[in-house]
Structure formats: C-alpha cells, structure tokens
Design a protein around this ligand. Structure first.
Ligand code: HAM
Length: 413
C-alpha cells in the first residue's frame, strides 16, 4: 500500500462539505467587499520567494519545496500566496489599471515543517491582497473583511491582534537596537538565531526555541521606534477599528515571519496562541519585484486551522449536500428510475437510484443511511397509473403523486 506523504491530508466527503462552506463564505464576503479572484500557478521560480518572502526567513531557509525541473530551472511549490499575486500583478501590467485593486485567492501552500495539529506540509489558505493605497482605510477594509468573514463562519471570542513594525526607516533603527540588546546574549542562543543576528535580527523574535524566546522577552519593542508617519498610520487604523466596533488588541510581539511587511501587521490567534490567520501591509514588495511603488495590504487565513478551531468551539457546519430524492423501482424491468432521476436532475433536484441491484428493502436502508430527504417508489401498480409514491424520510409521511406533478409536489415541500 502506498501511503499519503507526511504532513498532507485527504479531505474525504464526510469533511469536504465543511471546506465548501468555508470557501463559499469566503467568496461571498469577498464579493461584498468588491474583491475579485486571482489564480496563480502552484509553483513559481524560486527567485520569487527568495526576493519576495526574504532569504532570512524560516520559510525560505528551511521550509521550501524546491526542485530542479528537467530544464534545470529552480522551481518552488508556493509556500504562501502573496508573492505570486504580486508577481502576477507586475507581470501582467495591472499597475496600469485603476487603483485600488482587490484580489482574493484560495490556494494550497507548501512548507516543509514538522507536522503536528494545525501544522501541515501542504496547507490551504484563503487570502486577500488589496493593492494601491497607502491609507489606513485600506488596512481597515482588509481587517474588516477578515473580521466579518470569521464572524460569518461562526468563530467565537474573536480578537484581532495588531501591531506596527514601521517603515524601512523605523525598522533600521529598531534592528540596531535589537543588535545592541542581543550583543552579549547571542552566544547563549540557538545557531539559527546566531545566523539571524547577522542576517536580520528581527527574525530572532520569530524563534520557537524556549531559551531564545525567554531571552527575547525583554528585547526592545518596535512601537517605541516608529516614526511620526507610521505612528499616525497606526493611530488612524486603531481609531477606525474602534469606531466600527471591531475588537482588537495591540500586541507588540507580532512581527510576522515574512520579510515583506511594513507598518501594520496583524494576526488572529487561538487560545493556545497559535495563529489562525496572519497578514499585514507591504508597501515595498511590488517595487522590489520589479513593479512601480504601490502600497498594499492583505492576509492569509489557513483553512485547516480555521476548521480545527471551529470544531474546538463546537460550531456546527451543516452538510448542505443532502440528497433530495432516492428513486426505487419495485418489480419493474424498465428504466423508469433513470427517467425519473433525469427529470428531477433537470429540474434542479439531486437524485440517485440503485446501481447495484439491491432489494427494495435494502434500497430503503441505503436511502436512510445516506440521509436522502425523499424516497420515490415506482411499483407495477404506480407505473401503470403513471404515478409514484413519495416518502418523506424525516416524517415518514407518504403521498401518491402523478409523475408529471412530481416536480411541483417536491417544490412545494
Ligand atoms: P502566514 O502567517 O505565513 O502568512 O500564513 C497565513 C496562515 O496560513 C497562518 O496564519 C496559518 O493559518 C496558515 N498556515 C501557515 N503555515 C501553515 C502550516 N504549515 N500548516 C497549516 N496552516 C498554516 C502568509 O502566508 C502571508 N502570505 C499572509 C499575507 C497575505 N500577508 C499579506 N498578505
């Protein structure tokens, strides 16, 4: 037997309806906010993520699925969605069109991580990227979309954690302060942190090692290093969130694990402090990937983590794919069951019939097991009279109906 690769998951029919629900709700909220879908390839040139996500990040250093194709090109399965959207925005000259532009996507993402609950090697994200405004109103719109989406799917105790990591000027000073702080401590930290100290000391704050986290606790906080412009931006965003009753908390520890962020960063975390969702502003990424300077902000919501959290919170997701009608013919050799199914399907009902030659009794059992709403029975007598018997499987109520009135009878239910 060949097993599924470690860190990946099958989504079986007894679960896929939950994914459909999340995706439908996401599409719905994106339409409400006037965001349009963008689809980008599953793999990209490795260079995109080196430059986009940043070569000091764990994603690029340790987690990318990178391979040479038969033409010796280095390609990488996308570890996240933003860099691809930006690549596409630049490559297709979308910057020539009116701003802002609002994109959304639902995509798989691949990271070579140590698998555990909520941490997979292939996960899925629904995300948005709003492109073309440096104003805090656009950060607000993105957070508001996320907030309402999470409310709509039923998430409780929702609080968005926000922070600002400033612009390149603020972070230059902040990185100097971090270097100073860690100067006499780095010798006690892990090898990755030693590399981070040289490459980008901000990334030390991402370290998951207990001893490194402990040392980082008293590190200088970015909010004390914001320039006036970044401070005003952050104040404006907080004001907008407050005015619109979106609950948030300022969390100075959020710095995010990707290099492209500027100013606003945010996460939704669960009670175990695991990020359910992450996002932020990235005002320099488009330019650094060869486009003009266009300010942007977005988020990525992990679908697996969201579903785990909804289940933990006992939020029930209904399976809307319940079969409308199971058609059973009794004692007949013709294809009346096929004809009735075809009629029902053309009229917008889901319908099915026996494909393996069960007895009537076993067909009832089957219809019951698959939770069909109605069983439609045609026996010799009914067939002769151009009628069917319709049984409501929930109430047990039976009704004799003319075949040509079946559809309207069902519509009335
Ligand atoms: P991220 O925080 O790296 O941000 O990932 C976004 C979300 O994807 C996480 O909050 C989590 O729900 C989910 N996720 C990440 N890694 C895994 C994993 N190994 N297993 C399961 N779920 C995972 C980004 O990817 C950015 N592109 C978000 C963004 C969009 N920022 C601006 N625009």
């Amino acid at each position: 037997m060949i097993n599924i690769p470690k860190g990946t998951k099958d989504i079986l029919p007894n679960e896929s309806y939950k994914w459909q629900f999340i995706e439908q709700e996401f599409r719905k909220i994106c339409a409400e906010y006037n965001a349009k879908e963008i689809r980008t390839p599953t793999f990209e040139h490795t260079e995109l993520f080196l430059r986009g996500v940043g070569d000091s990040t764990d994603i690029v250093n340790k987690e990318m699925y990178t391979f040479l194709d038969k033409g010796e090109r280095s390609l990488t399965l996308k570890p996240e969605g933003t860099a691809s959207v930006v690549r596409s925005f630049v490559e297709n000259g979308l910057f020539n069109e009116m701003m802002p532009q609002k994109f959304f996507y639902i995509t798989p993402a691949f990271r070579y991580e140590k698998p555990q609950s909520g941490r997979l090697r292939e996960h899925h994200q629904c995300g948005v990227e709003f492109v073309g405004s440096a104003n805090a109103e656009m950060d607000f719109e993105v957070i508001s979309l996320l907030y309402n989406f999470l409310i709509n799917v039923g998430l409780k105790n929702l609080k968005i954690h926000i922070n600002s990591i400033g612009c390149e000027h603020c972070s230059k000073n902040y990185k100097l302060a971090l270097k100073e702080y860690f100067k006499d401590k780095i010798q006690f930290m892990c090898n990755d942190c030693k590399r981070r100290y040289e490459q980008n000391p901000l990334r030390i704050l991402d370290c998951k090692e207990d001893k490194c986290r402990e040392i980082s606790l008293n590190a200088p906080k970015i909010l004390n290093f914001l320039c006036e412009d970044c401070q005003l931006h952050f104040e404006k965003l907080k004001k907008l969130l407050k005015e619109n009753n979106i609950e948030f908390e300022v969390d100075e520890n959020i710095i995010r694990g990707l290099d492209y962020y500027t100013k606003t960063v945010f996460e939704v975390v669960n009670s175990n402090n695991m990020a359910l969702c992450g996002g932020g502003r990235y005002d320099n990424l488009i330019e650094s990937l060869g486009g003009p300077s266009v300010a942007s902000v977005g988020f990525g919501q992990g679908i697996e983590r969201l579903l785990i959290e909804l289940e933990k919170q006992n939020v029930e997701i209904k399976d809307e794919n319940q079969l409308d009608c199971f058609v059973i013919k009794a004692g007949l050799e013709n294809s009346i069951d096929v004809e009735i199914c075809s009629l029902l399907r053309k009229s917008g009902f889901s319908a099915d019939y026996d494909l393996i030659g069960r007895s009537v009794k076993n067909n009832f059992k089957y219809a019951n097991k698959i939770n069909a709403k109605f069983v439609i029975i045609v026996g010799e007598e009914e067939f002769k009279n151009k009628q069917i018997k319709m049984k409501n499987m929930q109430t047990g109520e039976e009704q004799l109906v003319e075949i040509n009135e079946l559809v309207s009878a069902l519509k009335g239910k």
